[in-house]
Design a protein around this ligand. Structure first.
Ligand SMILES: C[S@@+](CC[C@H](N)C(=O)[O-])C[C@H]1O[C@@H](n2cnc3c(N)ncnc32)[C@H](O)[C@@H]1O
Length: 231
């Protein structure tokens, strides 16, 4: 599993160009993937939501656009330069003023137990140094009927895998290196994607962390998956 100090410093280095790189590397699909996540959260009518590994805040802001103004939204991340990007966007858009951001480590959340109806994590779980511990922490801060939504890279459908691996190994580091000037960071990205569990394995990990019912949905030929886990 990844080294947290290296992960933190990698995101700190790439924070300023994070959004642009995301759009380019996914061909804009990341916006649609986050939309699917937010749409699923909306169906649960939560009163309090934590967006963990919020990064530059795009999920938190998308939640703010869709959920009623009475719903509280907290974005948390352990990398201050990423949070600075989120704070910059919030300052530029008064409609996002209700989104709170705080620094915090997903492996030891600085939050009391049982206070959220929904926890979201988009493209963050893959970067956590101890995935079982991160999942247990997310379970801990959820209310008894709460739900966790994990949006993350997954394993592409078998027939599409060779082409996808070619993209991950050859094209992605090249584009990302050009945009960020930090090719090593994106070599880490493809390694972490290739080694991440498939839908069935992650479902097993969610059960092991104490979630009772898990529903997994493949998106974009299995490149990405949305897991909805009920306490
Ligand atoms: C790929 S970004 C995803 C950001 C955002 N959720 C999105 O959808 O664009 C991953 C984020 O996870 C954060 N992260 C990684 N490990 C973390 C940890 N242990 N605790 C909190 N945040 C963490 C990184 O700082 C980074 O901002």
């Amino acid at each position: 599993m990844p080294d947290p100090v290296a992960v933190n410093s990698m995101f700190a280095r790439t924070a300023r160009r994070y959004d642009l790189t995301n759009r380019l590397l996914s061909g804009g699909l990341d916006v649609w993937w986050r939309w699917r996540l937010v749409h699923a959260v909306q169906r649960g009518h939560p009163q309090a939501v934590l967006d963990l590994a919020t990064g530059s805040g795009d999920v938190a802001f998308a939640l703010a656009r869709k959920l009623p103004p009475t719903t509280t939204i907290l974005g948390m991340d352990f990398c201050q330069p990423m949070l600075d990007q989120a704070l910059g966007k919030r300052a530029a858009h008064p409609r996002y003023a209700r989104v709170d951001f705080r620094q915090g480590d997903g492996l030891a959340l600085p939050l009391a137990s049982g206070q959220f109806d929904a926890v979201t994590i988009a493209f963050g779980l893959r970067n956590m140094a101890d995935r079982p511990q991160a999942l247990r922490e997310m379970r801990r801060v959820l209310r008894p009927r709460g739900r966790l939504y994990v949006l993350e890279f997954s394993q592409a459908y078998r027939w599409f895998r060779p082409l996808y691996l070619l993209y991950l190994r050859r094209v992605l580091p090249w584009i990302a290196g050009g945009v960020t000037g930090d090719r090593a960071a994106y070599e880490y990205l493809n390694a972490s994607i290739e080694s991440f569990p498939d839908r069935a394995s992650l479902t097993g990990e969610l059960h092991a962390a104490g979630f009772a019912r898990v529903q997994a949905t493949a998106l974009a030929l299995g490149i990405v998956a949305l897991h909805e886990a009920h306490c």
